[in-house]
Ligand binder design. Sequence first.
Ligand code: FAD
Length: 412
Amino acid sequence: MIIVVIGGGAAGFFAAISAAEQNPQAKVHILEAGNRVLRKVKISGGGRCNLTHHCFDPKVLSTHYPRGERELRGAFHRWQPQDTIEWFEREGVKTKTEPDGRMFPVTDRSQTVIDCLQNRARKLGIEVKLGCRLESIKRVSHDWLLSLSGDQTIIADKICLALGSLKESNILAQLRELGHTIDPLLPSLFAFNLEDHPMKDLSGLSVQMAQVQTLPFGKPQSGPLLITHRGFSGPAILKASAWDAKELAKLNYKFEVAINWITSLSTAALQDMFSKFRTECPTQRVMQNPFAEIPKRLWHRFVSLSQIEEKITWAHLSREKRLNLQKHLTDFRLPVNGKTTNKDEFVTCGGVCLKEVDFRTMESKKQTGLFFAGECLNVDGITGGFNFQAAWTTGRIAGEAMGKSFEKTTSA
Ligand SMILES: Cc1cc2nc3c(=O)[nH]c(=O)nc-3n(C[C@H](O)[C@H](O)[C@H](O)COP(=O)(O)OP(=O)(O)OC[C@H]3O[C@@H](n4cnc5c(N)ncnc54)[C@H](O)[C@@H]3O)c2cc1C
């Protein structure tokens, strides 16, 4: 009896390992089109692999997924970050948590994760075939006939598609023939390019906590914000790009962004603070940055954009200019024109429609014996280790279910 996992990424490896751990009798294969497995793990997290997030409540965890929140909530009750960490620890990979909740191997090397997965697969007798591309899938009675590159074929009892992004996949038509709907494939986690970039020369500056809102529909998203040569990036922007991925695509990435650079103060508190400056430090120049969270050069830019001259003191700041400054700090609006797919992190929104997959097993509701795991599903998370966690969770559930269903078959 044969289980074949197609795709040698995080989800595919975890599905194959889980199937073999669940059922040591099963012959498990991983077929990988490329000449190396786990390529994205290698480059992930800047080479450190942000493999999961320090969040152990399935309900809270699921809120980090613009697509798949409802389905993953149940799935996380079966396999969540705690399970991931424990599994990797058992296999000798210790993890650590950064202040923002991202979790990495203590070695700070993604190769540690790769070695671990490959060693475990080897120990379990999983056969990994490289340069082996799935070309077509056919149902033959209860089995699956897979045609592979180089005119090879393989017959399997259970198959798991862990193909990653389907954006350039050669088997979209096949999936549709098998009765599956593919939700539109769009980029998520991208930086915003600016129409006119008034801060180009400030590229590299960042604030630790900003609030970003795409207009007119987006919900405010908070986090670090980075000024880049082309526009804005950083977690707050990537979050907004993920949550609004579909709407921004409809607008052809031409929209307005509003930024609040000072989230620690409400607008009213900021007004009070400005009044206090007027009475308590009247001779201090406005140009002198009063906020530790705003880099000096950025503050100077807000002051000059508000048409406030260098020599103006708080006592001499007109109401109009004070309001101007306030607006620049809390509701800074700029036209966005286009996106930059961030080299560091990027996922595809869209994929196999979730209604057609049973998340208790990851089996297709259209075809028995066909399972899905990872990014090929219409599941994607914000940055922070959530995407790999979705790959581990769906891979684990698919693998266990394939192993178990095989047990049922043999005992029947
Ligand atoms: C640069 C970068 C950095 C990232 N960093 C992080 C991070 O730190 N933390 C995080 O959580 N997420 C990160 N992500 C997202 C994360 O990498 C993905 O969510 C994750 O890799 C998805 O795993 P997967 O196994 O579903 O797909 P993949 O890792 O893409 O694996 C799919 C595999 O299937 C193979 N394949 C495709 N079609 C076929 C076929 N027809 N036949 C055979 N094989 C096929 C592909 O070659 C590929 O190896 C990052 C993404 C990128 C691009």
